[in-house]
Design a protein around this ligand. Structure first.
Ligand code: GAR
Length: 208
């Protein structure tokens, strides 16, 4: 059984997609040990509670400096002894120690086809604003392992989504979520839970 922690900051629709996929059998061999938010008002926390999943908030704002936050955050996370950490719209920079400790055991969903529209400053709606500004006709989403860079880790799955005439950032964001994020995030977790993913020299292989 793959034990996962899901880290969130906001609405938690990706968390919901994971919960739904576990309930309908799209994800097997997996349990959510904890949901952690940096934001006490995140609706994601309510989604977890509704499904009887342990949920807690640890905010950098509660600490006098980042070092203290990082230490407590990592200790708390470690106490759950999870196999995989899932970043589902988590907008906090991860402690360096955590990235080392959880090498190839942290995955992130990003709302574009990496390497387009990613890196520092590209998160949430901003990604879609930039895609529309550049006039791309296809965008999408990417699930990748997290390394020390921003959106630079090994790519697990990607799915393309059409940009339509007249799209606003909000409309495009919703389409990317519905057609790509809510599908490839559960799919990636299921592949990992069933031992079908390996990483060699920064490249992901999916076994049949
Ligand atoms: C999602 O679109 C996710 O791809 C994005 O934040 C949103 C969270 O929505 N993540 C990033 O931009 C990370 N760079 P949710 O809380 O409803 O799942």
């Amino acid at each position: 059984m793959l034990k996962i922690a899901v880290l969130v900051s906001g609405g938690g629709t990706n968390l919901q997609a994971i919960i739904d996929a576990m309930e309908n059998g799209t994800i097997t061999n997996t349990e959510i040990s904890v949901v952690i938010s940096n934001n006490a008002n995140a609706y994601a926390l309510e989604r977890a509670a509704k499904h009887g999943i342990e949920a807690l908030c640890i905010s950098p704002k509660q600490y006098e400096n980042r070092e203290h936050f990082n230490k407590d955050f990592l200790e708390k996370l470690n106490s759950y002894q999870v196999d995989l950490v899932v970043l589902a719209g988590f907008l906090v920079v991860l402690p360096e120690m955590m990235i080392k400790q959880y090498e190839n055991r942290i995955i992130n969903i990003h709302p574009s086809l990496i390497p387009s529209f990613c890196g520092k400053g590209f998160y949430g709606l901003k990604v879609h604003e930039e895609a529309l500004r550049r006039g791309v006709k296809v965008t999408g989403a990417t699930v990748h392992f997290v390394d020390a860079g921003t959106d630079t880790g090994p790519i697990i799955l990607q799915k393309a989504v059409e940009v339509k005439q007249g799209d606003t950032p909000e409309v495009l964001q919703r389409r990317v979520m519905e057609e790509a994020e809510w599908k490839i995030m559960p799919e990636a977790i299921n592949l990992i839970a069933n031992g079908r993913i390996s990483v060699t020299d920064g490249q992901v292989t999916i076994k049949d």
